[in-house]
Design a protein around this ligand. Structure first.
Ligand SMILES: [Zn+2]
Length: 350
């Protein structure tokens, strides 16, 4: 297996180098054009026009290089994916022990260029640094994850991307779905804060990556979770809880409120706040306005259910008990994106 390991490592290093090269050429192209435009006004003569022709030619040449690099980047990316899929297949369909590829991802840390450093966290390409012990924390949650949810996570590892693991802690962690220049698609969060997250270590990591999986599983054409069925199920469950709550005697109402105000009830608090229009809530929740945007309720619920399923049993139990209909829909969504390699296993073993 030693040879396989080395090959995959080299492959991933080349992949990163190509990505770095693409970014640097794009930057050069932009800055060259900008500088040329800045000269306009100062140079109003023939020389300016001649320079323009040179700039244009350079730009064309750089575009040609970019085209070739992008092809290489796609090719190496899919090669890495095939290798991973090849190694993932176990004849009995179980996850078994980690294969060489996953192990190499777990243990690998290297830098592409001087800054910033890249590494793999559970196989997810991560830009920036993570604190000591963090990989153990998220690995443990991963190991304790619900099998079917974990398979989906593993299936998407090479499509997920953490753009910044050192995002300022005073700014809101998020998944950026659009692929703007300067704010590329991926997750932005602070790994050090997530290590001591009062809602549970690793909560932000799995929550934000779940948003990315929700998006990636449709080929980035909207979110998988965005269905009326999921939305209705959430609303129905929320309204039923509100009714039950309203019929409770005051002392039991208070006990309930105390329970949902704890940090570990953050997902429940967020969803009950959304589905009762703020009539019931604990200590956590999004702003009212956030919930008025179509699909946000489903997206948040998907991320909460997903995160809880990745090694946070208490949260999962609470969500499944109080939002049983919605949990059923979530499970069906997870089922619908089961990697087909587990279905194909029977054919291969013939
Ligand atoms: Zn979220």
């Amino acid at each position: 297996m030693g040879i396989v390991n080395a090959d995959v490592t080299e492959l991933l290093q080349s992949w990163n180098n190509i990505k770095t090269a693409i970014t640097s050429i794009e930057t050069t192209k932009t800055s060259m054009t900008r500088k040329y435009q800045q000269l306009n006004g100062e140079w109003k003569d023939k020389k300016y026009k001649e320079l323009g022709d040179v700039v244009q030619e350079c730009s064309r040449a750089l575009n040609e290089i970019l085209k070739i690099l992008s092809k290489g980047e796609k090719f190496i990316g899919s090669l890495a994916k095939s290798l991973q899929e090849y190694d993932n297949v176990n004849l009995d369909g179980s996850m078994g022990s980690d294969n060489a590829f996953v192990q190499s991802l777990r243990s690998m840390t290297y830098s592409a260029g001087e800054t910033p450093s890249y590494q793999y966290c559970l196989g997810v390409l991560t830009r920036g640094n993570v604190p000591e012990g963090y990989l153990n924390v998220i690995s443990e949650r991963h190991q304790n994850g619900e099998t079917r949810v974990r398979r989906v996570f593993d299936h998407f590892t090479n499509q997920m991307l953490i753009q910044d693991a050192n995002y300022p802690p005073n700014q809101t962690a998020h998944y950026a779905p659009m692929n703007y220049e300067g704010h590329r698609r991926g997750v932005y969060y602070n790994a050090t804060s997530d290590m001591t997250n009062p809602r549970g270590a690793g909560t932000t990591y799995f929550h934000e990556l779940a948003h990315m999986i929700d998006h990636a599983s449709t080929g980035y054409q909207g979110n998988l979770s965005n269905t009326p069925e999921f939305g209705n199920a959430l609303m129905q469950d929320g309204q039923r809880i509100l009714q039950l709550y309203n019929n409770l005697p005051p002392d039991r109402q208070n006990a309930f409120l105390t329970r949902i105000r704890s940090d570990s009830a953050h997902s429940f608090s967020d969803l009950i706040d959304a589905t009762t229009n703020g009539q019931l809530h604990g200590s956590y929740g999004h702003l009212r306005e956030y919930w008025t945007r179509s699909g946000n309720l489903q997206a948040e619920a998907f991320a909460h259910f997903f995160e809880a399923s990745m090694g946070s049993e208490d949260k999962l139990e609470m969500l499944a008990n109080f939002f049983p209909t919605a949990f059923g829909v979530f499970s069906a969504l997870i089922e619908s994106i089961q990697p087909d390699q587990y279905v194909r296993v029977l054919e291969r073993s013939r």
